[in-house]
Write a protein that binds this ligand. Structure first.
Ligand SMILES: NC(=O)C1=CN([C@@H]2O[C@H](COP(=O)(O)OP(=O)(O)OC[C@H]3O[C@@H](n4cnc5c(N)ncnc54)[C@H](O)[C@@H]3O)[C@@H](O)[C@H]2O)C=CC1
Ligand SMILES: O=C(O)CCC(=O)C(=O)O
Length: 400
């Protein structure tokens, strides 16, 4: 139970989100000590000492590869993200990437910026020079989309609307994403099938052990000569050495990336952006609003929505006396938790228990306030990772 919640921000989080924390109950900022929760965007938390006071981490965005998710699971701390909240922003930048590459816009702009002379001279240089930047149009070209989640499915849809053929690969596509895909999107059964078919290959998978170097030398060698490769997902998903080799032999015409790498920074066929995918006012507001609401609901009610390491657990309040327990997903946890409550004479009003992988989460509403020793008893059960008493706003007393 907290009288006042403390929220540490590790990056700039949109004020549209932060202002949702009621000032009377929340202290929020970059210098907060003993935080109950941390809000983050791309700040690298992997080597950070995370204070024991932390009960939740909220990523205002999609990727959680900058957060020690496994370490947090072991501590019973859910990590939240905001699926889809910045997907449109990334999709628009991918469309810009397709056009920048197809129309040679970056070298063309560099050329124009280098011109000097009077109006007549510039006119002549423009008309003489433009032929070197002649490009091609998108309709009829094939766009290969690797990963058809929130972003990939919007990119696929945009490709179809631009008149492109679209081939997509995602062996774990969700039913929701599959429904949102235009029927014209062709399913690739393997990455190689997609690589062989596509004039553009764009990557939209999370960075996981399994996706590290997903686009490697072998896959690039299967791509069409002159392919345009786009990476708006994460740097390590695409093997940079392999890209350099692909650029050197001109198999890759352009590499468009949101993750600049020192060895490719000034390469004429690399269009590098400073991780701009989600940098729109709209996306920043959407992500912040979503993550703040999720964190508040978890801190105050124990509900879990959009966690990457915990099951979704939402229970409407029917009693003001609630306990939330994070535990290892092993047999007889619910039995031991409810026995501890019964021993203290507590009647369970409502209860939900769900698991995800090695982690489980239990919410229990009681008919009367729990004595503090029950919380301690539950915390001492082997396999219990974290326990919180979550009384409703005006019921913060415990039975002693
Ligand atoms: N450049 C930027 O600013 C941004 C980058 N991102 C990156 O984009 C990634 C994707 O974002 P969302 O689409 O929102 O996530 P999402 O979770 O909605 O979609 C990811 C999709 O990738 C699929 N997938 C996973 N492993 C795969 C594999 N080996 N092969 C093919 N598909 C695979 C999943 O099944 C899922 O459908 C994020 O994890 C993040 O790293 C996200 C937002 C902004
Ligand atoms: O917050 C940002 O600007 C980065 C967004 C991002 O990469 C993500 O949501 O995965």
């Amino acid at each position: 139970m907290a009288d006042r919640y403390h929220i540490l921000t590790l990056n700039n989080i949109s004020a549209q989100g932060l202002k949702r924390f009621p000032g009377a109950r929340y202290t929020v900022g970059p210098h907060v000590s003993e935080p109950d929760a941390i809000l983050v965007r791309s700040y690298n938390m992997l080597k950070m000492e995370i204070p024991p006071s932390v009960k939740a981490i909220g990523r205002a965005g999609a990727g959680t590869n900058n957060i020690p998710v496994e370490r947090m699971s072991e501590r019973g701390v859910p990590v939240f993200n905001t699926p889809g909240a910045n997907a449109n922003a990334v999709k628009e930048l991918v469309v810009a990437g397709l056009l920048m590459a197809a129309r040679n816009l970056v070298p063309a702009i560099r050329f124009t910026e280098g011109l000097t002379g009077d109006e007549t001279t510039i006119h002549r240089l423009v008309e003489e020079g433009k032929k070197q930047f002649a490009g091609f149009e998108l309709p009829g070209k094939t766009l290969g989309v690797i990963g058809l989640g929130a972003i990939g499915s919007l990119v696929a849809d945009a490709g179809i609307k631009l008149g492109m053929k679209v081939i997509g690969y995602d062996p774990e596509i969700t039913v929701e994403a599959a429904w949102s895909l235009p029927s014209q999107v062709r399913k690739a059964h393997t990455l190689e099938e997609l690589a062989r078919a596509a004039d553009f290959v764009t990557v939209h998978v999370p960075l996981l052990d399994m996706t590290r170097n997903l686009v490697d030398h072998k896959l690039i060698q299967k791509m069409k000569p002159g392919v345009i490769l786009l990476n708006f997902a994460r740097d390590s998903i695409v093997d940079i050495e392999a890209v350099m080799a692909g650029l050197a032999e001109r198999r890759i015409k352009y590499f468009v990336t949101d993750f600049p790498h020192p060895s490719l920074l000034h390469h004429p066929a690399v269009i590098a952006l400073p991780h701009l995918g989600a940098s729109t006012q709209e996306a920043e507001d959407n992500c912040a609003i979503m993550v703040v609401d999720q964190i508040m609901d978890y801190l105050e009610n124990g509900n879990i929505v959009n966690s990457v390491n915990f099951p979704t657990v939402v229970m409407a309040r029917e009693s003001p006396y609630r306990i939330g327990v994070a535990n290892m997903n092993v047999p007889n946890m619910v039995g031991q938790i409810s026995t501890a409550m019964a021993r203290a004479g507590l009647n369970i009003h409502n209860m939900v228990n769900k698991s995800r992988g090695g982690t489980a989460y239990t919410l229990v509403d009681l008919d009367s306030p729990p004595p503090p020793q029950v919380i301690d008893e539950i915390a001492a059960i082997p396999g219990v990772l974290a326990v919180r008493y979550l009384p409703a706003g005006d019921s913060r007393e415990r039975a002693d």
